[in-house]
Design a protein around this ligand. Structure first.
Ligand SMILES: [Zn+2]
Length: 170
């Protein structure tokens, strides 16, 4: 499988680590202790702005989703969202934020650890976490399909798409 980096939707985080100017209020969500350290280092760059910093568990879950939705409901024009955590948590949070009305320019993703990827199984439609490189294989824990982690991140599923390894031969 050949992949053209110009057309893939895999996040190039260094390029995305910028945020539209004009933000007056910054909401930082950090996922886990390591992310909290990173978030603390970021604080000086928001000098003079109002910053709400919420520390959440390392793994994305219902609690984090609830906190984020409440924050989105309360947010006004000029709000910027900073997401610090594992790539899986950052992607999941971004999907919720976009569904809640934010646009990409209002979201600053700061992934701290890209070893674990969220992989969406195209076979059984579940998502699991795997320490796998893009282009390598992982076994779906739900349906046991051997999946190739494809160079495509689904914004809807907040995960890399995983296709069955021999799907093209069928
Ligand atoms: Zn599966």
């Amino acid at each position: 499988m050949s992949v053209c980096m110009d057309t893939t939707s895999v996040p190039r985080w260094d390029e995305e680590r910028s945020i539209a100017g004009g933000g007056r209020t910054f909401t930082i969500l950090s996922f886990g202790d390591e992310a909290a350290e990173q978030a603390r280092n970021l604080l000086p760059s928001f000098d003079g702005r109002r910053v709400d910093w919420m520390r959440l568990p390392a793994e994305w879950g219902d609690t984090a989703a609830r906190v984020l939705r409440r924050q989105l409901d309360a947010s006004r024009v000029g709000c910027r969202l900073v997401l610090v955590g594992s790539e899986a948590a950052v992607l999941a949070a971004r999907a919720v934020a976009v569904a809640g009305g934010l646009v990409d320019e209002e979201i600053m993703p700061v992934p701290i650890d890209t070893a674990d990827r969220a992989v969406y199984c195209a076979h059984c439609h579940t998502t699991h976490l795997a320490g796998v490189e893009v282009g390598r294989c992982t076994t779906c824990p739900n349906c046991r399909a051997e999946l190739v982690v494809y160079h495509h991140v689904s914004r809807h599923h907040a995960a890399y798409l995983g296709y069955m390894i021999d799907a093209e031969e069928r």
